[in-house]
Write a protein that binds this ligand. Structure first.
Ligand code: FAD
Length: 411
């Protein structure tokens, strides 16, 4: 058969990146189908800055249709069943779509209802979250209304989260905001994490730990938020010492998250985690060799970020083409990921690391020191690189200039 049919499930950061790259490679030799239910696409990394009042949430939103690569077909629907033995997916609207290759990039599902009272109170009674377009603007509203004598709490759930640094980025923005307004010493800031440290990479964690002590942030580890009582503004945590109820004036909640039940219950799932089970270097499914996955829904053992996808996408595309041509899958992903931790309104610690939490920095300075330069990248360069480069298959993060993946041509 002359034309290769590639179905991409999910038109988010990962799905659009690979679809665009594949479109450049295959041209008329490819029939690329993107299954995505949403009319809108969001640049989620901006939500931290929206929560800090630096951007409006509208700046993070675009129409999905404007990013579907020319030549690809958009099926505005969601996949409900994967049948990899038959090379088909079934959709909510009853379609059956067959494929030669399948790429899964459905992101994470946020489990808002696993915390009692969260859904009902989100956006009111001082309860907010940067993890949703609907509530990220509320964060700044609540920060602005903090006054002397108040308590603000920032939580981290038991599950892994996308962008591991994001739960504390807003803590530091809030700290800086209160300092600028001369009331920091009168507002208590609590960082209540179900985890055991500030960050999974020791080098950055030590700096953030020190920062918390210097800036008078209470660090409460092994604190798992289980309930919000909106009317009385109380948060209930499970701790090793038992249940603890804390009064708050503002609480920034990061909900538990993980794979959707559609992924978890499919033959593609890794039985241990529920994420799509792929080889951690080649991104090919461990059982079905015409299935690949990337991004938040894959079981790649690294921190889930858009930055990680910039490295994953060209590896996946290169390996899919090699597979098609009967060549070895010699493109390898090293686990690269990056997390720009905003430590104030104008400075960032730019964490970059790979598998094994091994530091992998791009710039010739110690990135565990707060600096102005990465904030300029985060505010002015990364959003454009995302919309105009990454989603259009032309930006591969740190590999764009120095280490592009070379793929054979499809003739
Ligand atoms: P998504 O971009 O979430 O896309 C998944 C898509 O799949 C969605 O469009 C969805 O509608 C679709 N979908 C779901 N189920 C189905 C289905 N059954 N059928 C069809 N389609 C489906 N990353 C960074 O690199 N740097 C940062 O500073 C950063 N900060 C962040 C801050 C916050 C507050 C948040 C929330 C995220 C942040 N991230 C950051 C993480 C980054 O946004 C994600 O890692 C990235 O968007 C993941 O891309 P994805 O394609 O895997 O998933």
């Amino acid at each position: 058969k002359d034309v290769t049919k590639i179905v991409v499930v999910g038109g988010g950061a990962g799905g659009l990146s690979v679809a665009s790259q594949l479109e450049h490679k295959f041209k008329a030799k490819g029939d690329i189908v993107i299954v995505e239910p949403s009319d809108k696409h969001y640049y989620q990394p901006l939500w931290t800055l929206v929560g800090g009042g630096i951007f409006s949430r509208k700046d993070s939103e675009r129409n999905e249709k404007d990013f579907i690569p020319k030549g690809a077909t958009w099926v505005k629907d969601s996949v409900t069943v994967f049948k990899p033995e038959e090379n088909i997916v079934l959709t909510k609207d009853g379609k059956e779509i067959d494929y030669d290759y399948l790429i899964v990039s459905t992101g994470l599902e946020l489990y808002w209802d696993r915390i009692k009272g969260l859904k009902e109170n989100l956006g009111k009674n001082g309860v907010t979250s940067n993890y949703s377009y609907d509530s990220c603007e509320k964060t700044f509203e609540f920060i602005k209304s903090l006054k002397a004598g108040n308590v603000a709490i920032f939580t981290v759930p038991t599950t892994g989260v996308k962008c591991g640094g994001a739960p504390q980025k807003i803590l530091w923005l809030c700290d800086d905001y209160l300092r600028k307004h001369g009331i920091r010493d009168k507002v208590r800031l609590d960082f209540n994490s179900a985890g055991a440290s500030m960050f999974p990479v020791k080098k950055y964690s030590e700096v953030l730990d020190k920062m918390a002590k210097e800036r008078d942030v209470n660090q409460n580890f092994a604190h798992n938020l289980v309930e919000i009582k909106g009317d009385s503004k109380e948060a209930v945590f499970e701790t090793p010492q038992g249940t603890k109820t804390v009064k708050y004036d503002m609480i920034h909640v990061v909900p538990p998250m993980g794979p959707s039940s559609i992924i978890k219950n499919s033959p593609l799932a890794d039985p241990a985690t529920g994420f799509v089970n792929v080889n951690k270097e080649t991104l090919q499914h461990v059982k079905y060799d015409n299935v690949f996955s990337l991004g938040d829904t894959s079981n790649l053992p690294t921190s889930k970020t858009a930055a990680a996808i910039t490295s994953q996408a060209p590896v996946l595309v290169g390996n899919l083409i090699n597979h098609k041509l009967g060549l070895p899958l010699n493109n390898k992903y090293d686990g690269y990921t990056s997390c720009p931790i905003t430590t104030s309104y104008n400075k960032i610690i730019l964490a970059e690391f790979k598998y094994g939490f091994e530091v992998s920095e791009s710039f010739p300075f110690d990135q565990s020191k707060e600096s102005y330069f990465p904030m300029l990248l985060k505010k002015y360069i990364f959003p454009t690189a995302y919309w105009e480069g990454m989603l259009k298959g032309r930006w591969f993060g740190k590999n764009t200039l120095f280490n592009p993946v070379k793929t054979p041509e499809i003739n």
